[in-house]
Design a protein around this ligand. Structure first.
Ligand code: HEC
Length: 404
């Protein structure tokens, strides 16, 4: 209360001290926020074009004449990633942007340390996949700019060789050239021998293509034609064909629902809950990917809700649902994103039933992550983190009779 009165007095003083013209000047400058972000993105695009070229082969990555450029570009990636969300702000209010900026920075820093300690092949692995962070941020839904084509192209030497179609598709998706990305993925999917000769690349192309058609393009016809290719492909893996039959059903249902979209906070929340629940119902086991079309649609809506109402009354719930969806589609986007959502949810709405559910998911995911091939050891700092989050998560009981 005291603080409120103090801050409203402070506001009045500020109004008297600074004439209106300076406040107006601030407002006029507001679009600069978007301009600085775009400038940073353009820089990232140039770095990515060079980096995709340099990481295209071990030989190129390790050639002495390329090392200086690789080191310099890695440093630039670390610095630009650090700027995002700190020095340079986005007009996109979805808290995901901040989370991904942090993950992007951590990952580029890891690459930089690996290069400094001479662990070049590990560094190449990271740098070769740095586009995953661009893709994760850009393909959340249909918001933002879409380029039909941009001038810079990654190259492979000798010049007669090309980047693999999957790498090209990833580069285009990372740089918001979505039609070119889809063409690239489609080219792989249409290749009848690819499921035999390059089965993992083929599967990735299917998943990336589906994600862009559903989330960015919001185009059931495009998604349907891609899924039909999978169903009709003579050499496609059995499990993927089975999933594709379910995806097709989801796409037909989606087409019927397309005209009934709600845009209000309430409407978006309803749609997000409905899609997430339908997706959960359709899955037969936790790693089942048959509900991917529903999960992809759910995430697109959740991001829209978070973009429009980042401080709204459903923000905690939205973060929980985002965590649940990304936990299923994690091989497509980023492995650790769901845990970041659960953690953000606990901090956003502490001491509530929602934060308790988020904590449950977080704890389970951490336990599962540490009971793999690495043994059964939970690091001390993680134990501490779990304890802190648990303390924030359980609803507080104010019933005095419970205190002894
Ligand atoms: C943390 C999220 C995030 C990450 C990571 C990210 N971007 Fe972006 N990017 C955005 C947002 C948000 C926009 C603005 C979209 C809009 O409103 O048009 C954008 C826009 C762009 C643009 C268009 C700029 C313009 O001229 O309008 C390019 C190009 C781009 N990003 C490239 C990249 C590349 C390449 C990477 C990875 C090396 C990357 N971005 C990583 C969020 C991100």
């Amino acid at each position: 209360m005291i603080q409120n009165r103090f801050s409203s007095h402070l506001l009045l003083i500020l109004f008297y001290l600074f004439p209106l013209s300076s406040i107006q000047a601030e407002l006029v400058n507001a679009p600069n926020k978007g301009a600085a972000w775009r400038k940073t993105m353009q820089e990232l695009y140039k770095i990515l074009a060079e980096m995709t070229t340099d990481t295209s082969s071990d030989q190129r990555f390790n050639a002495p004449e390329n090392r200086k450029r690789i080191d310099k570009n890695t440093k630039k990636l670390v610095d630009r990633a650090h700027d995002l969300g700190n020095k340079v702000l986005s007009t996109d209010e979805d808290p995901t942007v901040k989370m991904l900026s942090q993950l992007f920075h951590d990952e580029t820093k890891r690459a930089e340390l690996a290069l400094k300690s001479g662990n070049r092949s590990y560094a190449r692995g990271i740098l070769n996949h740095v586009s995953s962070y661009c893709i994760a941020c850009h393909t959340r839904n249909s918001s933002g700019i879409n380029f039909s084509s941009l001038p810079l192209e990654p190259r492979v030497e000798p010049m007669t060789k090309n980047l693999s179609p999957l790498e090209k598709g990833r580069f285009y998706a990372a740089t918001r050239q979505y039609d070119r990305a889809l063409d690239g993925f489609q080219e792989i999917i249409n290749d009848a021998l690819a499921p035999i000769e390059r089965p993992l690349e083929w599967e990735q192309a299917v998943r990336f293509g589906l994600s862009i058609a559903v989330r960015v393009k919001k185009d059931p016809a495009q998604a349907r034609s891609l899924v039909e290719r999978v169903i009709g492909s003579p050499h496609a893996p059995f499990f993927l064909k089975q999933d594709a039959l379910k995806w097709k059903e989801s796409i037909i249902q989606w087409k019927d629902e397309l005209s009934k979209r709600a845009l209000s906070e309430e409407g978006l929340r309803q749609e997000a809950i409905q899609l997430t629940m339908q997706a959960k119902d359709l899955q037969k086991y936790s790693r089942d990917r048959a509900a991917d079309v529903l999960y992809l649609r759910a995430t697109a809506v959740i991001h829209e809700l978070l973009q429009k109402y980042p401080e709204g009354r459903y923000a905690g719930e939205a973060l929980l649902m985002a965590g649940m969806c990304y936990e299923v589609i994690r091989p497509l986007i980023l492995d650790e994103l769901h845990e970041v959502y659960y953690e953000a949810c606990i901090k956003k709405v502490p001491y509530t039933p929602t934060s308790e559910v988020c904590y449950r998911h977080f704890e389970q995911s951490v336990y599962e992550g540490f009971t793999g091939s690495g043994g059964t050891f939970l690091p001390e700092d993680l134990k501490k983190k779990l304890l802190n989050l648990e303390n924030l998560s359980h609803p507080k009981i104010f019933d005095k009779s419970q205190i002894h």
